[in-house]
Every structure is written in structure tokens, then in C-alpha cells.
Write a protein that binds this ligand. Structure first.
Ligand SMILES: [Zn+2]
Length: 403
């Protein structure tokens, strides 16, 4: 980023306006958190935010996945058509019947989803307004795409972000940078995306009587051999790869050779190639265990099946990438010390495709994400929000963004 508008004259008044809006922002955040949005059923919350963006003058669209999208275009003709993309996920890990009760205790607000991603979504409401300001649009060098994504959490597998980047690629559009706005926080910059694969491995056989059919291949024994080997693999593969058997089940009767056993395996790495070799190794372990357990009775050989429960791509950019530097500069500008971090967010999708991406928090602090006891504290929340605005405005107004 060689030339960047420092915004020294025009940005502070704009930021001051938003500092004065803290109560309104928190109100938005609470309204968002109180609108259920379980992964796969985000439409009510999507409609709420769609209306909010329309109210501030955006032409809002939805895609096939259910993402909510608005595009901010520069006020004057520009030569850069590649946009900056800001993403925030709509969905929560909570089921539709989870009570979304708000409890206020001083500066703390308790509510499932209040921080993750109520805070990020509230920041998107602010961004939608900031980017409409004439003083910002007049300085934009490239379009800014605002995207509220579906299916970020758990078994959503980053479905919304994947759809958006697929569609962009189909239109020949390669964003110059992507910024995922996720949860509270004002100093960490996630530029390492943890990739993960989650498998259910099911081993099946014919089953039988444990005395009369004593040589019948036993799926639980084979599963046990798998677990022991995966445990050794886990010890051998840290820290570049992490693997764990996280759930297991098998057998039907106390006195029968089981007909079925299954285990769930969670594999993670920052390196896509490492994730592939790790999953290849796990599959080899299963093949070997099933073959060995079937040796005495080849006619009754065990079978295995692998069901993919999760697949999130890995990727990273280094700490000196211009995008990370821009976020770090914004962090310092608000008086915080930038910290590198790794996580699994919507930024995984662009990072895995070679598009520079980061994830940052949207201010305030919080804890208990993904639990019913989640809380958010609004103390100094303007600092993190200001960091988000500074980062996005810097990316939108920089004359050059290439490395
Ligand atoms: Zn989140």
C-alpha cells in the first residue's frame, strides 16, 4: 500500500459522530441477537438487516444461498474494478428454540449470540452508513462489497462465503482484499485460517453370536485399532497438524459380535497440504484396521464408509502483507497493539483461494461464545469499532493495494 489517504482531516469528525452513537449501536446489537438465526435458518435475521440497509439507502440483494449483499460504489470514475469485500456471518450455533433472553448487568449484556456475531453485524450496520457518507464515497478508489453470510458456523461449513466467492469468480471478479468482521475485540488480526476436516468413519460387518461366531470380524475391535493408531498419529503430527477422535459408538448387544461401530475424527491444520496428508494417513489407518480385522473370515470382510461432516479450507498471508499492515496501522491508530491470530472464519474461503483476507473483531469484549452464557461488555467498544472503520476506509481509499 504505497499511497494511502491518511484521512487526517476528514476522518476524525466522522469517527466522532459514531462514538456518540454507542447507545444506538448496542441497541442494534441486542435487536440482532434477539432475532434467532440458527445455521441453515437465517432468514428472519437476514430480513431484519436487509431492511436496515435499505433504510440507509442501499440497493440490497440476496443470492441463492441466502446471503445479504450491498455494493458501495465510488462517487467518481475509478480505474480499479476489483472490490474490497467485508463479510459478517448471520448465523449462530444456537437452535431455533434456544431462549434469546437479554440480561443487562452494568456494562455487560448477556444473551446467546450477543458477541458472535451480534457485534460484527451491528458493525456492518455502522459500516453501511459510514460508507454512504459523501466524504468517504468521494475518496473511494474501488467498490466495497458488504456481505452478510449464512452458514458460517459448524456444519454450515462456510456455505455463504463459499457461494459468494464462487459467484464472484464466475463473474470474473477477484477481490483485492476481504475483511471478515466477527465478534468483539480490538487488537487481534486473524490472518491464518485454520482448515479443518471432520469425518465420521463407520465400520460395518455381519455381526453374530459372541461364542458361536467368535471369528466373525468385529467392527468395534477394528474401530479400537483405528483409535489407537489415530492417537499415535496425533502425538506425531503436532504442531503442524492436529487430529482427535472426538466421538465414538459401537455395538448392539452385550453378547453379540457387533454389526457396526463409528468414530468421529476432527483434523485441523493451517496448511492445506498438511491437512490432506493428515486425512490420507487417517484413511490408511482405517483401511489397514479393516483389512487386518477381516483376515480370519475374508468372506465376512468388514466394510468402512467415510462421511464428511465438515470441510473448511486452510490458508494464510504473512504478517507483512499489505492487508495485515493496513489493519495493524488502524489498530495502532486507536491506541491498541496489534496481535496476530489464527482462527476459522469466513476469511478461510478467500485465503484458501489466494485472495488476501483477515478477520477482525468489532469492539468491546466478551466471553462464552457458542454457549448459552455468552456475554458482551460495551466498555471502550468505540475503539474496536473505530479500528474496523479505519481499516475498511483505508482499504477502500488506498490508491494501490497490490504487494
Ligand atoms: Zn463468529
Amino acid at each position: 500500500m504505497t499511497t494511502m489517504d491518511s484521512g487526517k482531516d476528514w476522518l476524525p469528525p466522522l469517527l466522532a459522530t459514531w462514538r456518540a452513537q454507542r447507545a444506538w449501536i448496542l441497541e442494534q446489537q441486542v435487536a440482532i441477537a434477539r432475532t434467532a438465526a440458527p445455521t441453515g435458518n437465517e432468514s428472519e435475521r437476514a430480513a431484519l438487516l436487509q431492511q436496515d440497509w435499505r433504510d440507509c439507502g442501499h440497493a440490497v440483494t440476496r443470492d441463492g444461498a441466502g446471503n445479504v449483499m450491498a455494493r458501495v460504489t465510488p462517487a467518481r470514475p475509478i480505474s480499479h474494478s476489483a472490490p474490497v469485500v467485508c463479510l459478517a456471518h448471520l448465523d449462530t450455533v444456537f437452535r431455533a428454540d434456544e431462549p434469546l433472553v437479554v440480561l443487562q448487568d452494568g456494562t455487560r449484556t448477556y444473551c446467546p449470540g450477543i458477541g458472535d456475531n451480534g457485534r460484527g453485524l451491528a458493525a456492518m450496520s455502522v459500516l453501511a452508513r459510514v460508507l454512504q457518507q459523501p466524504e468517504v464515497r468521494a475518496r473511494l478508489q474501488r467498490p466495497i462489497e458488504l456481505v452478510l453470510t449464512v452458514g458460517e458456523e459448524g456444519e454450515g461449513n462456510l456455505r455463504g462465503a463459499t457461494q459468494w466467492f464462487d459467484d464472484a469468480a464466475a463473474r470474473g471478479l477477484t477481490p483485492v482484499a476481504a475483511v471478515a468482521i466477527d465478534g468483539p475485540g480490538d487488537c487481534t488480526i486473524v490472518h491464518h485460517a485454520v482448515g479443518s476436516r471432520r469425518w465420521r468413519i463407520t465400520v460395518t460387518g455381519v455381526g453374530g453370536h459372541s461364542w458361536a461366531n467368535a471369528t466373525t470380524p468385529n467392527p468395534v475391535h477394528a474401530a479400537g485399532v483405528c483409535i489407537a493408531a489415530i492417537a499415535r498419529l496425533a502425538d506425531a503430527s503436532r504442531p503442524s497438524g492436529v487430529v482427535a477422535v472426538t466421538r465414538m459408538h459401537g455395538g448392539e448387544h452385550l453378547t453379540g459380535i457387533p454389526a457396526q461401530a463409528w468414530l468421529d475424527v476432527d483434523m485441523r491444520s493451517l496448511d492445506p497440504a498438511r491437512l490432506r496428508t493428515l486425512s490420507d494417513e487417517v484413511e490408511r489407518i482405517v483401511v489397514r484396521a479393516v483389512r487386518d480385522a477381516s483376515q480370519l473370515q475374508p468372506a465376512q470382510a468388514l466394510r468402512y464408509a467415510i462421511t464428511v461432516l465438515g470441510d473448511r479450507p486452510a490458508g494464510m498471508i504473512d504478517a507483512h502483507h499489505p492487508l495485515v499492515l493496513a489493519a495493524a496501522a488502524a489498530t495502532r491508530a486507536v491506541g491498541r497493539v496489534p496481535q496476530s491470530a489464527s482462527a476459522s472464519t469466513d476469511a478461510n474461503v478467500p485465503l484458501s483461494r489466494g485472495i488476501p483476507a483477515i478477520a477482525i473483531g468489532a469492539g468491546g469484549t466478551g466471553s462464552g461464545a457458542h454457549t448459552a452464557h455468552e456475554w458482551y461488555d460495551d466498555t471502550d467498544s468505540d475503539i474496536g469499532l473505530e479500528r474496523v472503520i479505519r481499516t475498511v476506509v483505508a482499504l477502500g481509499t488506498a490508491e494501490r493495494l497490490a504487494r
